[in-house]
Structures are given as C-alpha cells and as structure tokens.
Design a protein around this ligand. Sequence first.
Ligand SMILES: Nc1ncnc2c1ncn2[C@@H]1O[C@H](COP(=O)(O)OP(=O)(O)O)[C@@H](O)[C@H]1O
Ligand SMILES: [Mg+2]
Length: 245
Amino acid sequence: MIKVSGLSKTFKDGVQAVRGVDMTVRAGEIVGFLGPNGAGKTTTMRMLTTLLRPTAGTATLAGHDLLADPRGVRRRIGYVAQSGGLSPATPVGTDLLLQAMLYGLSRPQAHERVAELLGLLELGGLETRMGVTLSGGQRRRFDIAFALVHQPVLLFLDEPTTGLDPQSRANLWDHIRALRAEHGVSVFLTTHYLDEADALCDRLLIIDHGRIVAEGTPDELKAGGTLDDAFLSITGRSLREGSPA
Ligand SMILES: Nc1ncnc2c1ncn2[C@@H]1O[C@H](COP(=O)(O)OP(=O)(O)O)[C@@H](O)[C@H]1O
Ligand SMILES: [Mg+2]
C-alpha cells in the first residue's frame, strides 16, 4: 500500500528533517510512526501526501508513483493534518456536503455520502453545529469524515488524539479500528503516545532525528519489557509523559 525508499527532506534553512526513510505499509495494516517532537513525522507525512516535495527518494502509494502521479496518489488517500481543518463559522454538515460536491458527487449523492459518514463516525445530529461548538473528540471525528469523503483506501492521520481526554482517545481508536475492519482502509498515523502505539497499531516505526531507528510489532519492540524501556534503549530518551528526557 505504501513503499518508500530513501525519502529525504532538507529545508531551505539547512534543517535535515528527514534523512533517508525506507518503509513499507501493507494493505489493511495500521502502522504507527512513533517519535518525539521534531523527529520528522509531520514532514514525512506531508511528503507522502503530496503536500511537500521531497529532496530525495521515491515512493509508491496505492499503486501510484508519488512524484510521477501525485494526482493519482491524492485520489486514493485521505489526510488529517495535525491541526485539523474545520472552518469555525460554517455548520459542519454543510462543510462536509460541499466537500463531497467538490469531489464531483451530485447533490443527492453528496447527501447520501454525508449521511453515511455521519453514521460511520457517530456524528448524527451534530451536522448543524459550528466547528467551534464541538468537543475535541467530535472535531477529530469530523476531520476524519472529511478525509473519507472520496472513499480513500489509505488514511493518513497526524497525531489524531493529541489533546483529547482519555475517553475520547479510546473512542477514536475504536473508530480507526472499525474503518480498517469494516472498510479495509489502511492507516498510517503519527503519535508520540506509547499507549496509543501499543493499543492501536499492528506495527510501529520509530523515528528519531529524521531516521527510522527501529521497527516491529509493539510486542517485538517491547521484547518482554515495556515500550517505554524499548524506546529509551533505542533512542536514549524517554517518551513517557512527564518524565525527564
Ligand atoms: N517548513 C519548515 N522549515 C524549516 N524547518 C522545518 C519546517 N517544518 C519542519 N521543520 C523542522 O523539521 C524538523 C522535523 O519537524 P516535524 O516533521 O514537524 O517533526 P514532528 O512532526 O516529528 O514533530 C524539526 O526540526 C522542525 O523544526
Ligand atoms: Mg508533527
């Protein structure tokens, strides 16, 4: 579903944010990109979603070459950015409907698709609300609904649960699992939460200073200890909330 080779990004100011990333995501997998702030997670994701041009490297996503066929890639993927994207002063259902029509659906088709998405993400009854009046968890679910309008086979989520309370996080994990189970969507997500990586992901890639420094299932990486111990021994620092690096 994703195959990446030697992906790199050096920004104009000389920052080498991503340094030769190789990785694979198989169809139907939920893969987590785990790393501390500044590790290069968002930069990698923005390159893979065609929003940022790589300095070097190649990638194929859902059968489309990233550099030769970015439009083909965009048709097959959905992306939820770290900051989210709801407009504050439009009813969220209207936003969603417009998004569906932008993708070429007729008005009746768009209404049908929106109803489907509202059901899928348990957002029924909230469509007349403004983005600002939604809870953090509801907002994230609307962000995901937007990313799913065109029925992508591959979904990118940049820190989907950052800032959410524990209950909303667990609820979002359930929705992400259901997307895979019921719709076969492959998911590539970034996180700096060890519990999220452990509970939600089939496989983890650990990124630090722009390089992948370890990969495996959560259990393989833990190898009998905790994921935090593994992270500490791999990167020399702890990811556990509140503990000194
Ligand atoms: N547009 C940019 N220009 C220059 N440096 C950037 C830009 N975007 C990100 N960076 C730098 O690249 C590194 C990786 O950032 P990022 O990919 O956002 O990390 P993460 O998402 O893992 O927190 C950081 O040092 C960051 O400051
Ligand atoms: Mg980021």
